[in-house]
Design a protein around this ligand. Structure first.
Ligand code: 6PG
Length: 244
């Protein structure tokens, strides 16, 4: 599939570019079907974008009343836990907006990932339809240094699942169990924007960009569905790393 790569000087420039794309995609989606549905990424990278979207420079330019926000993945922790993606979205975006959009968190019982995953799948079918699969207008993704996206990690059954819409994820190296949209749902979205910043991502990004047969999770996604990359100079490999 096609890949668009945009390299920006720094993380603020990445966020500004993605904010502009958010506004453009929102306008098209609302014109075409009356709402804009977005699955948000978690972790550290997107916070600067969410804060920018909530800033005076952007918040009054966006159609929050016709926007619906979901999560691409979540840690199985209480909503006020420091590692909660829902908490980060509230702090960086929702709690800063005078009229926040609809937001659908993933976790209601951190001890019941299977139940929460099933509930979220039902929510997606109910709100986004199921013909043939719930379809987001936009899915925001980050990339781990191991090439994972959402909570779909290398060598996991969750990454290979071809049936589910939403999956519970248990990985020994993770601090918490997780819930994640499946690769099938992410690939089915109308558009995917990947934000990558920081030198710690350079090796993985070099492999994704320069090693055609890479088995990194996001490299496999890129062969399945188009990705729009917005990366900063620190993450961008100036030249292919020897051996990839
Ligand atoms: C999460 C994310 C995850 C993230 C990558 C990159 O819940 O952690 O959804 O997929 O995008 O791990 O994380 P950073 O942005 O913190 O580097």
């Amino acid at each position: 599939m096609t890949a668009q790569l945009h390299v920006h000087p720094d993380s603020l420039a990445v966020a500004s570019a993605v904010a502009q794309r958010w506004a453009e995609l929102a306008k098209v989606a609302i014109h075409e079907h009356g709402r804009f549905t977005v699955a948000l990424s978690g972790g550290r990278t997107p916070r600067i974008l969410y804060e920018l979207l909530a800033s005076p420079a952007w918040r009054d330019r966006l159609p929050w009343d016709q926007t619906e926000l979901y999560l691409g993945d979540e840690r199985c922790v209480p909503a006020d836990h420091v590692d909660s993606n829902a908490r980060m979205v509230h702090e960086a975006l929702l709690d800063r907006l005078p009229h926040p959009p609809l937001f659908f968190p993933m976790v209601s019982d951190p001890l019941r990932p299977d139940q929460d995953a099933a509930h979220y799948a039902s929510l997606l079918r109910e709100r986004l339809g199921d013909a043939p699969i719930p379809t987001f207008d936009l899915i925001l993704l980050g990339m781990g240094a191991d090439g994972h996206f959402a909570s779909l990690f290398p060598g996991t059954t969750a990454l290979e699942d071809r049936e589910a819409l939403v999956l519970p994820v248990r990985e020994a190296h993770l601090d918490h169990r997780r819930i994640s949209l499946s690769r099938r749902v992410i690939a089915a979205a109308r558009r995917r924007i990947v934000m990558v910043t920081g030198a710690d991502k350079r090796a993985a990004l070099a492999e994704v960009l320069h090693k055609p047969g890479s088995l990194l999770p996001i490299a496999r996604l890129q062969r399945q569905a188009s990705l729009e990359w917005h990366v900063d100079q620190a993450a961008y490999p100036v030249k292919p790393t020897a051996g990839v």
